[in-house]
Design a protein around this ligand. Structure first.
Ligand code: RAM
Length: 347
């Protein structure tokens, strides 16, 4: 688990589009000096998450900023929108390009909407690391994937199948409709449900989107149960969605009758495990995702990797990582949390 040890120079900027445009107009080009040793001692990195008001994002960025310090960035910044909408990140990317940041680490709300802005950032010399949710692969140097995408889909399918006794109607309550990460996991879940004979009696009846907004996710969970009163289970592959759905179920007649699994933060899910609303869910250590992304960004800025398959870099205490096909770097395997182990985790 990630424990902060020192504080990087940091500016958290929550900007409206207007403020971002003003910042863009005012900022100069920072740039950085290369001392010829291959290590850029003045280099800066900017993290742009899907959205800022998301507890998952906070843990990822904690690991990211610590990683930025440990990797040797002189400065790390966090900017981003409050809502995880498709186009919301473009203004922030443009402002960072103007400011001359050396690396942008971004979780894409939409694989294509950010591409032209990222292209301009690259033309200005910035390295682009996608993390958590990928861009179109042409628009970044590497993608730091928290887990093997198929594995995270399979584990959620397996968990729901176990929890509903292998038969019945299920639904998926996702984040935003364009989220690259959730959509990839859902694609693998659907393929698995359709092709694995063990799941032939499970029927996926609905996919709904809570937009990683707590209130909307809660309402979508409520709507699912109204539309499908015979639903046996819900998979929510988003930390915001699973927590909101658990809160809804926990005070409803469906508590303990409708199974809920997906991807959650142990600290947000603990009470729902303890009160019997949820029996098992999965996730990885989000801080490690941020840390590996920061080290990858520094390796790209230093020129020690270019993002080609086979490139390797060291992610501090987390050890060596290899760039795989399509420029993907895997952080680690998913963990399943339940009543037995949930108190061992604090994030
Ligand atoms: C939410 C976000 C994020 C995802 C996690 C599991 O917080 O949608 O992108 O990786 O859930």
């Amino acid at each position: 688990m990630f424990t902060p040890r020192s504080t990087a120079r940091r500016r958290i900027t929550v900007m409206t589009s207007l403020a971002a445009a003003a910042a863009l107009a005012l900022s100069g080009c920072a740039g950085s000096e290369d001392d010829g040793s291959g290590s850029n001692d003045d280099a800066t990195v900017t993290f742009i998450p899907k959205q800022l008001n998301n507890p998952y994002t906070d843990v990822v960025l904690g690991g990211g900023e610590q990683g930025a310090t440990d990797a040797g960035f002189a400065e790390s910044n966090v900017v981003g929108p409050l809502e995880a909408s498709a186009s919301s990140q473009v203004t922030f990317i443009n402002a960072e390009t103007q400011a001359g940041t050396n690396a942008i680490v971004l979780a894409a709300n939409d694989p294509d909407a950010v591409c032209s802005a990222l292209g301009e950032a690259r033309d200005a010399g910035a390295k682009i690391v996608a993390f958590d949710s990928d861009t179109n692969p042409d628009c970044r140097d590497v993608f730091i994937s928290q887990v093997v995408a198929k594995d995270v889909a399979l584990i959620q399918t397996e968990l729901i199948a176990e929890q509903i006794g292998g038969a019945g109607k299920i639904a998926i309550l996702s984040a935003t409709a364009n989220a690259t990460n959730q959509n990839e996991w859902i694609k693998y879940m659907e393929e698995e449900l359709a092709s694995n004979p063990e799941y032939s009696e499970i029927e996926l009846v609905a996919k709904v989107y809570g937009d990683d907004d707590d209130t909307k996710s809660f309402q979508e969970a409520q709507g699912l149960m109204q539309a499908h009163p015979d639903l046996k289970g819900i998979i929510s592959p988003t930390t915001v969605g699973i927590a909101a759905t658990a809160r809804y179920l926990s005070t409803s007649d469906y508590k303990g009758k409708v199974a809920l699994t997906g991807l959650g933060l142990p600290n947000e899910m603990r009470s729902f495990i303890k009160d019997g609303t949820v029996s098992e869910f999965a996730l990885w250590d989000p801080a490690q995702l941020g840390t590996v992304a920061a080290f990858a960004a520094k390796a790209l800025v230093d020129g020690s990797i270019s993002g080609e398959p086979g490139d390797t870099f060291t992610a501090g205490e987390l050890g060596e990582r290899t760039v795989e096909d399509d420029g993907v770097v895997i952080v680690g395997p998913p963990t399943v949390f339940n009543a037995e182990n949930i108190d061992d985790y604090d994030f």
